[in-house]
Design a protein around this ligand. Structure first.
Ligand code: FEO
Length: 395
């Protein structure tokens, strides 16, 4: 890709990964980008690199502007290898002795990824680096989403380089929010749900801190996807709204099924929810990817999980989903379990245990039906649906 000047003397130099479809378990069905940025001043700074396989592509982009050896400083806002994997090639090309700025945890973590003894300059929260006319300010954003994460702010241009925060896994020729309009928001929400959801209290604190600092913001440049320039406040406000997880009158009925009995229960629960004007949908775990289900979880008021009893346990996809959801720590959810069984029937108890560990509020002991639901069984499903609807907030 050719560099794109995003502000005077500041360039986007990212690469587009059109083909990636699985990003450590997250379905990136529209690919992604790894964004790197070059700031040209009396001194030249490169902010973040790219995944290892794309390092030569990044070097080729830099070379369209300058000889890479002219880069004076490298800034690593985040250690994860989609942004640091290219460092060995880049540092080799620009000079192994060039100062590498990162947070203190970045120093520790990069040292544990790469054996090279680079010229590390660990910075404090609020630390600065003067490039000439422009000055970089570093903001520690520990656990958003790794211990090493930090932002880099350029006051003169009112640009925030925000690492993973505010990113989206979206591969396209568009570089800016105004080229995408509302179509980018589902990608931003999915990214938030699958990467940042566990850290919502920190996000709310950070937004408060940024508001207190009254940082003027013309542009937010994340490390994935498009740059927010038309309305950077929009994505910040969306992060606040998503972080609050205010429950909607919405229920997800997430399940898997062996011989369609658990599916019959799921669909009967959804039918009753719909009759009570709940935004409800069944989500079969072999039709919906876990990362898409989690995106829907963010604003759902109720999560209803179903599994057949399978070899005295849960169906594997349901275990997978519960493990994934537990790690992402959604909050403020009502919940219930259901499932068909043949003889032992442990699934509902096992789901309940997981839902309680997630601190969800169980509104029913759970619905177990043997083999194939009969009319009475379907009536019980409808009753459970109505009970969930009653417990959800009115809109
Ligand atoms: Fe895009 Fe946490 O790496």
């Amino acid at each position: 890709m050719s560099p794109i000047e995003i502000k005077k003397d500041i360039y986007w130099l990212g690469v587009i990964d059109w083909n990636i479809r699985d990003f450590h378990g997250y379905s990136t069905y529209q690919g992604t980008t790894y964004n790197s940025f070059l700031i040209m001043d009396e001194k030249i700074a490169l902010i973040d690199t790219v995944k290892k396989d794309f390092a030569d592509e990044l070097i080729a982009s830099i070379s369209q502007l300058i000889d890479p050896k002219k880069i004076d400083y490298v800034i690593s806002n985040h250690t994860e290898m989609d942004h640091s994997g290219g460092l060995p090639r880049i540092m080799h090309r620009i000079g192994e002795d060039k100062p590498l700025y990162c947070s203190k945890m970045g120093h520790k973590n990069l040292s544990k990824h790469f054996p090279q003894k680079w010229n590390y300059h660990p910075v404090e929260d609020g630390g600065e680096l003067n490039l000439g006319k422009k000055k970089l300010t570093f903001m520690e954003t520990r656990m958003l989403h790794w211990p090493d994460s930090m932002f880099t702010y350029v006051k003169e241009d009112k640009i925030l380089f925000s690492s993973d925060a505010f990113g989206q896994h979206y591969a396209g020729l568009e570089r800016f929010d105004d080229q995408m309009g509302e179509a980018i928001m589902p990608h931003a929400l999915k990214y938030f749900a699958n990467i940042l959801l566990p850290y919502t209290p920190l996000i709310l604190k950070l937004v408060d801190k940024v508001k207190e600092m009254e940082l003027p913001l013309d542009m937010i440049c994340p490390d994935h996807g498009i740059i927010w320039r038309k309305d950077p406040g929009k994505i910040i406000n969306s992060y606040v709204e998503w972080s609050l997880q205010k429950p909607k009158r919405k229920a997800l009925v997430v399940y898997d099924t062996m011989w369609h009995s658990t599916q019959m229960i799921a669909e009967a629960i959804v039918e009753a929810l719909g009759q009570e004007e709940v935004d409800a949908r069944p989500m079969h775990l072999r039709s919906w990817h876990r990362s898409d289900v989690i995106t829907e979880v963010v604003d759902a008021g109720a999560i209803v999980v179903g599994s057949p009893t399978f070899n005295n346990g849960l169906f594997p996809t349901v275990s997978d989903f519960l493990t994934y959801m537990k790690g992402l720590r959604p909050s403020k959810k009502l919940a219930a379990a259901f499932g068909s069984y043949g003889w032992s029937g442990e699934a509902v108890k096992l789901i309940n245990r997981e839902l309680e560990e997630m601190k969800f509020h169980l509104i029913d002991p759970g619905l177990k039906l043997q083999y194939v639901p009969n009319d009475q069984g379907i009536k019980a499903c409808h009753e459970l649906g109505r009970k969930i609807a009653e417990a959800l907030p009115a809109e």
